[in-house]
Design a protein around this ligand. Structure first.
Ligand code: 5GP
Ligand code: ZN
Length: 114
């Protein structure tokens, strides 16, 4: 998907601060962090949202979640806790149509923040 922002980040065509990488997923810092730790974890393959991942794509969720675990460890929030969020579609307020998990931590996850 040449016009997809996160595909372009995966391809190295748009810069991002990479935190960690696995065979099938990439983790990089969110450009507008909502918490002291705010990392996005994306599959390297293009899926518009969680809805597009089916039994025909074994390992996609597994690989992504394992990388999210690793991010939590690297960022030092594994034990203090963190929020793992997938926004899906319109009502989920997903703004980038390439599936991604938000790893949010480093503060108490009250809403609204503060
Ligand atoms: P969504 O709202 O779709 O769940 O999350 C999209 C996230 O992507 C937002 O938190 C937004 O700040 C982040 N984002 C948007 N554009 C860029 C970008 O060019 N680089 C990075 N690193 N993050 C981005
Ligand atoms: Zn994409």
């Amino acid at each position: 998907m040449s016009d997809c922002l996160f595909c372009q980040i995966v391809a190295g065509q748009i810069p991002a601060k990479v935190v960690a990488e696995s065979d099938d997923s990439l983790a990089f810092y969110d450009i507008a962090p909502q918490a002291p730790v705010h990392v996005l974890v994306v599959p390297k393959a293009h899926f518009m949202s969680v809805n597009e991942v089916t039994v025909k794509h074994p390992g996609v969720f597994d690989d992504l979640m394992r990388l999210a675990q690793k991010v939590a460890e690297i960022e030092g929030v594994k034990d203090s806790g963190y929020r793992l969020v997938f926004n899906v579609g319109r009502d989920g307020q997903q703004t980038v149509s390439h599936m991604h998990a938000h790893v949010l931590g480093g503060r108490l996850m009250t809403w609204p923040p503060g």
